[in-house]
Design a protein around this ligand. Structure first.
Ligand SMILES: NC(=O)c1ccc[n+]([C@@H]2O[C@H](COP(=O)([O-])OP(=O)(O)OC[C@H]3O[C@@H](n4cnc5c(N)ncnc54)[C@H](OP(=O)(O)O)[C@@H]3O)[C@@H](O)[C@H]2O)c1
Length: 249
């Protein structure tokens, strides 16, 4: 199936590793130029760009904390200048810093909300300014099933992910008349560094919760994101698609 992504231009936040890197490569494989944002892992981000270029597309890595709006604006402007256009914004950068509410500090709360939710706002807004003027664009925000169901010791993370969903539905309402689709992918547990850092008993519990009997790969998520970025998903907006093997039915 031709997804119609040849010659498109995309930004993926948190694209140096994990789900973001898989999304960047999946978009490039379908013919899109891809710029990745990241914060810490220079070598990993450069490697993603190298792989994008190996696929015959243009790649760019821009280092910035997604919590800053000025950096979001700069990245969008740089991509429009370098690639000549921007069609796709995937907001994937995210962190967790868990703790039960009676132990969670203000710093834990603010840090996670600022990266996950404000980061999403920053890059959604910066892209929306371009998409509104050009009357077209795709936004996909990476939330989590924990933004739908809540999760023990994740008040900050679950609130940020639930906030992403509410914000995305609002933007779908606001930007629909400008031919902009805004959707959410909500993964269950995915085998990336974020999941590798949790104790094995929690990983095993997540596997038991799934109907398909396994944890998702980053590519399981990336394929759905690419579909939502494509013309094949042209009449889908304001939607939340869980990629969780039935972990949260
Ligand atoms: N893994 C899971 O089980 C799971 C489940 C549901 C939802 N998700 C969501 O999926 C997304 C990706 O998760 P992942 O598992 O792929 O995580 P990961 O492997 O830890 O990768 C996170 C990515 O985000 C970037 N990042 C983190 N903080 C940033 C900041 N302040 N500014 C810019 N970039 C930043 C990291 O870049 P650097 O390291 O280079 O700074 C990295 O590229 C997150 O939003 C997460 O909440 C993950």
């Amino acid at each position: 199936m031709d997804l119609g992504l040849e010659g498109k231009s995309a930004i993926v936040t948190g694209g140096s590793m994990g789900i973001g890197a898989a999304i960047a490569l999946a978009l490039a494989r379908e013919g899109s130029d891809v710029a990745v944002n990241y914060r810490r892992h220079d070598a990993a981000a450069k490697e993603v760009v190298r792989k994008v270029e190996e696929l015959g597309r243009r790649g760019l890595a821009i280092k910035a904390d997604v919590a800053g709006y000025a950096d979001a604006q700069n990245m969008v402007q740089t991509v429009v200048k370098e690639f000549g256009r921007l069609d796709i914004m995937v907001c994937n950068a995210g962190i967790n810093w868990d703790g039960v509410i009676w132990k969670m500090t203000e710093e834990q709360w603010d840090t996670v909300i600022n990266v996950n939710l404000k980061g999403c706002f920053n890059y959604n807004k910066a892209a929306a300014m371009v998409f509104k003027d050009q009357k077209g664009g795709k936004i996909v925000n990476i939330s989590s099933i924990n933004g739908l169901r809540g999760k023990f010791a994740q008040a900050n993370y679950s609130a940020s992910k639930g906030g992403e969903i509410a914000m995305s539905k609002t933007l779908a309402r606001e930007l629909g008349k400008f031919n902009v689709n805004v959707n959410v992918v909500a993964p269950g547990m995915v085998m990336t560094d974020m999941a590798r850092n949790i104790p094995p008993e929690f990983l095993n519990k997540a596997v038991d919760e799934t109907m398909l009997g396994r944890i998702a790969s980053a590519e399981d998520c990336a394929d759905v994101v690419v579909f939502l970025c494509s013309d094949r998903a042209r009449h889908i907006t304001g939607e939340v698609i869980k990629v969780d093997g039935g972990q949260y039915i």
